[in-house]
Design a binder for this molecule. Sequence first.
Ligand code: FES
Ligand SMILES: [Fe+2]
Length: 345
Amino acid sequence: MQTLPASDYWSAATHRCERRAIFATEWQCLGPAAPVDAPGGYLAEELAGWPIVVVRDGSGALRAFHNVCRHRAGPLVDDGCGALRSFVCRYHGWAYGLDGALRSARDSGLSDAEVAGLDLLPICAEEWRGLLFVRLAPDGPPLVEWLGAFGDACEGHPMEAWQPAHRAEHQLACNWKTYGDNYLEGYHVPLVHPALTRTVDPSSYRVEAFDGWARHTVQTRAGATTSGTWLWHWPNLAVNLYEAGMSVERWVPTGPTSCRLVLDYWFADTSSEAMEGNRLAIEGSTTLCLEDQAICEAVQRNLEAGEYVWGLLSPRHEDSVGAFHDMVRTARGPSNPPEGVTPDE
Ligand code: FES
Ligand SMILES: [Fe+2]
């Protein structure tokens, strides 16, 4: 099976198409739901170019909006999390309730009738097992249905009992699919991850692709601490489950040739006695990330260089990459940008 064409990994037209066809359409994980546990708690971040904010309103309902004022597009809150009683735009001070309703168009001279209906633009938000998700499109399957068998594969792991303990962010100089392709195969493990190769048997590494999700399996060598269940869900979410916790990983496009990798780590035991073990787990994960980052960024440079146009996937190791590429093609549909152009054209 052929890979996606190289231009899909740098073209601005492809990026624009995928923002709408994939990132506005699919549920997107925002990590731990803890910041919005209590009324007034909010969490804001930029998601594939869309600034969004999620908040728990006074009645306990989860709400989410574009973090964009209806006056002249000012930001309501800075990215991050905190608590508030209403949204007050940072530009001219228009105020909105936590339900998104416009409460005051401060000192504007506009009548109530003129500003009627200028409420915040809503998006969908749901919670699943301590994780927060949003979807920009109003129509689509509920979160549990969207998660499907991926959600079932997480059963048996006491995710609710684990504590979110640490977040790591990496800015990657590669397209989100470059990192996604890499996540979806273990073919590179013996060459890219020497420390991991000492604890697992790379010849046993398999990535099984299912409908919209995938599962990694590998035999660990005696005494290894890397044994776990590594699960991927279309388009950009990975949940890596271990005995004593999990990491939730997502790679979000920040442009045609860049993405932000966010890892949240949960642990069963966050006591001071467990701190050293938890620190070592994060350190091992960071080593893997940096190794993957280095190879993905080198691949990205080569994809942009202009000579390589497409490659062939290994039927032994890369079926899941092929399945991912099929999902990308299907999602983009007829708006798929033209293929085969090179950066200098
Ligand atoms: S842009 Fe928000 S009050 Fe002006
Ligand atoms: Fe890797």
